[in-house]
Design a protein around this ligand. Sequence first.
Ligand SMILES: Cc1ncc(C[n+]2csc(CCOP(=O)(O)OP(=O)(O)O)c2C)c(N)n1
Ligand SMILES: [Mg+2]
Length: 739
Amino acid sequence: MATTKTDPKSAVASEREVKKGHKTYEGLSRDQLIEAYRHMYASRRVDDREILLKRQQKIFFQISGAGHEAVGVAAALALKAGYDWFYPYYRDRALCLALGATAYDMLLQAVGSADDPSSGGRQMPSHWSLPELNIVTGSSPTGTQILQAVGCAETGRYLAAHPDAAKKATGDYRQFKEVKFHSDEITYVSLGDGTTSEGEFWEALNTASNSRLPLIFVVEDNGYAISVPVEVQTAGGSISRLVAGFPDFHFEEVDGTDPVASYAAFVRSVRHCRSGHGPAFVHAHVIRPYSHSLSDDERLYRPDAERQRDAQRDPITRMQMFLIREGILDEKGINQLEKQVDDDLQVATDRALQAPAPTPDTVTKYIYSPDLNPASSVFETQPSAARSETADGKKAAPKTMADLITTTLRDEMRRDERIVIFGEDVADCSREQYLKQKMVKGKGGVFKLTAGLQMEFGSDRVFNSPIAEANIVGRATGMATRGLKPVVEIQFFDYIWPAMMQLRNELPLIRWRSYNTFSAPCVIRVAIGGYLTGGAIYHSQCGESIFTHIPGLRVVFPSNAMDAAGLLRTAIRCDDPVLFLEHKRLYRETYGRAPYPGPDYMVPFGKAKVVQSGTDLSVITYGAVVPRALQALQKLEREHGVKAELIDLRSLNPFDWDTIASSVRKTNRALVAYEDSLSWGYGAEIAARIGDQMFEHLDAPVRRVAAMDVFVAYHPDLENAILPQTGDLFRAMSELSEY
Ligand SMILES: Cc1ncc(C[n+]2csc(CCOP(=O)(O)OP(=O)(O)O)c2C)c(N)n1
Ligand SMILES: [Mg+2]
């Protein structure tokens, strides 16, 4: 909204009265109250205009902030735009206007224009995102913003303790990220009453409380979640009552249709947070006069009497009456202010309707970083030869994959202070004093891959998370959005699923949905896979194709120590979110050990390795199937004289189509092998591409060898039968070579 001010003469001599010691309304001046009304009225009018435009089919969706205006402007008055951080939800139109967003910005998103500053026409209206105001890109799933806000609040604290980490550096992702912070900054996050039912809300409260974060939770309670009333969502009907036990919080319950009372609640909350006492919780009772959205008609589930009761609390009319009653604006002044807003809105609407539409050729822009391609030669470095020898010139002992992952993490943490590591059990010992007094050795991960890192880098760089996978990924996303580089661990792939909402709908989408104005490059390390003899259903799972199916997420899966070191370093230094899959069976395997390749060794993504070259058949695989396929291949050559070519993909998204294609062109036969269950697995895509693009080069059908379509069972006989074995690979290779 344009920020033109009302003619001061029509305001009833406000400043003079304040100076004379008249009421200041919880510290708000009359001018501030007039401005508050301007934003509230503008917010309502933008909603009304969007509704009209939707009915005229000039925009495609509408969801309103009606009834939530007062609490929004109150928050904006108590917090600092461009200084504090904001994770607002869709009803926070008035908040965003009061922070400095314009009606034009909002209408550009409603029409889906290329000029929409929040998403370039990619997101629905009311999905706020304005980097210069520290309004962070939001999404549609209810509640996913909350854990990200926790990560955001943690970042401010971390950077205050590590100010050098905010500095720019060249040669990696840090070159492309402006990192700003203030040591007393606050993060604001809002949500609806219904959204308090999401588990992530409780995970966020838990961590905010436990870490005493400067984070204000605002629950805008309009009594309904679409058609479901609050007493059905919330035990006892009051969220305030349920959260009251969280330590170190400042709690407020307020009439959110009253801007002055709401402002006072925020001022107290801000004081608590800024002074480092912990988080705050503002439970604001508001109304929802316009149904849930234009797709909803609340008369189907709310009787007139109830709706009329709400209407009496409408913040717009209440505020009007308040201004008149207090002599702050007379009717003429109100009319003048409203006319200005209406006129400005008309201009903004006309402009937005003329704004250019996005062109379809842009749809793939910003899925990944436009600045730093992890498949490029920047990430192609040689192992340092000197390091593979010991001081006396002897060959250094080969290291396991586990060793080299730990070493890479350590090297990178020394190099880059933005890296933080957290996850379940990853710390050496949460009770630091035990370490300091040398009472214990420390754990450092259930597979010990992070052992010693807390001791070297401190407990604010390496720490344990609660057992809550959404918490891990959500917080990492918030931190990465601010510029830290979280390298977090999911203890077992089998338990990644609570994080799925964050992994599918949030982390990989931050850049694309904000049209490259936000990004969240970070690394999620995950222990994956079976062949464990007793790993059973819940410690053997694969499922990588579920993640390669997500645009915006890089997925790598090394099969040996050198590749693990090189790919992990690329994952850490690159500018995209990476799922780094570590096969548990390969952690300490004799196969694939290697000497330490030095602190700068990198393997680019999307480059397969030809493990053994051949002419008769291409075997395309990755992970723990690589050593099994190698055995089968060697047997095939010994027994049948067939020379198969073994390709280790290493990187699943991006994957190396060129190497596959040139191999199949040479051998005319292809076998795709993978550990996950056969149907709909990763190999299906590779097989389909070969069938589609290499049909005329094939002398045989494209075959797959994979696990049976069943979970991995506990007894070793069952496990052996279910997972693809060397014998299965050998048989398939023989058949295919004879086809
Ligand atoms: C995870 C998820 N589930 C369901 C929906 C569909 N949905 C959108 S808004 C909404 C109701 C939210 O109610 P509340 O949190 O009270 O916010 P309000 O809209 O009332 O302000 C639902 C169910 C969604 N967006 N995300
Ligand atoms: Mg609600």
